[in-house]
Design a binder for this molecule. Sequence first.
Ligand code: NAP
Length: 311
Amino acid sequence: MKNVKMGKSDLHVFPIGLGTNAVGGHNLYPNLNEETGKNLVREALKHGVTLLDTAYIYGVGRSEELIGEVLREFNREDVVIATKAAHKKTGDGFVFDNSPAFLKTSVDESLKRLKTDYIDLFYIHFPDEHTPKDEAVGALDELKQAGKIKAIGVSNFTIEQLKEANQNGLVDVLQSEYHLLSREAEQTYFPYTQEHNISFVPYFPLASGLLAGKYNENTTFPEGDLRREMEQFQGSRFQENLKKVQQLTSIAEKHNVGIAHIVLAWYLARPEIDMVIPGAKHAAQLKDNLKAVEIQLSQAEIAFIDQLFVN
Ligand code: NAP
């Protein structure tokens, strides 16, 4: 499959990127091994992945640092780095800040951690309460003019905040939660992103592993794992989700792949989605996920999956 363009930007990426919240994201997953994380990034780039999705908050800078170390082994121009910021450290936690001053400092700090002189795609990770969104994006546009970033993204913005942010047509990419178990984006965002040529990058494409078809009713997660808190992993909801996912088995068998690949292929078959960024805990998972780009789902299979996961 050929590279796809990210919105109005000049960025072109392989349709399967790598989500790196498990690369140095010690605050999100317990017992992460940093060498495994670096190897994940290395293997991804070796096997044709070009888009790496990271953020300051993944390990509070550690994910960016580890990616920066691996980046030195490759040609910088062959990699598209997306990172995000908005979390401002306070005494005992974080608050969101979208002020121009904070975003500009954040970009400079990300550049240092990534050991590079430009960031391909910089996202405002979460909206704050006070900054007008067009002002925040205006600050990113100044950084773009200065060559520090190449494209502008926003993440976790409501549709109203996205419209405000994009008043001057400056937003290239929106990243928000979307997967078969959570499809509100089809109504809220897709009409607008399609009309305004904004790439929609869905996060949690595998619903944090639930859509990979490997869990069963006895699956539990260790203390500190973010899935312990997630709604789709709770009680009867979890059991219903497992049953739906199991119904994808026959389609997966027909294509001789796993359920995760069928799910990723279903997203890529949608006109509103050009790329996905599944996360992985080790290189084998990531290499496995690349199979999704080869799958051609039939119209009947696409419709079956659509109906199965109506929500
Ligand atoms: P995800 O892509 O839905 O799920 C990834 C998890 O699924 C992996 O960590 C692995 O978990 C399992 N998995 C992946 N490939 C598999 C395979 N082939 N077979 C079996 N299991 C497989 O969730 P995510 O990693 O949290 O989200 C993706 C990316 O989106 C993140 O890395 C991050 O870059 C981005 N994100 C952004 C935001 C935001 O606010 N903008 C929020 C969340 C995530 P196990 O092996 O542990 O089961």
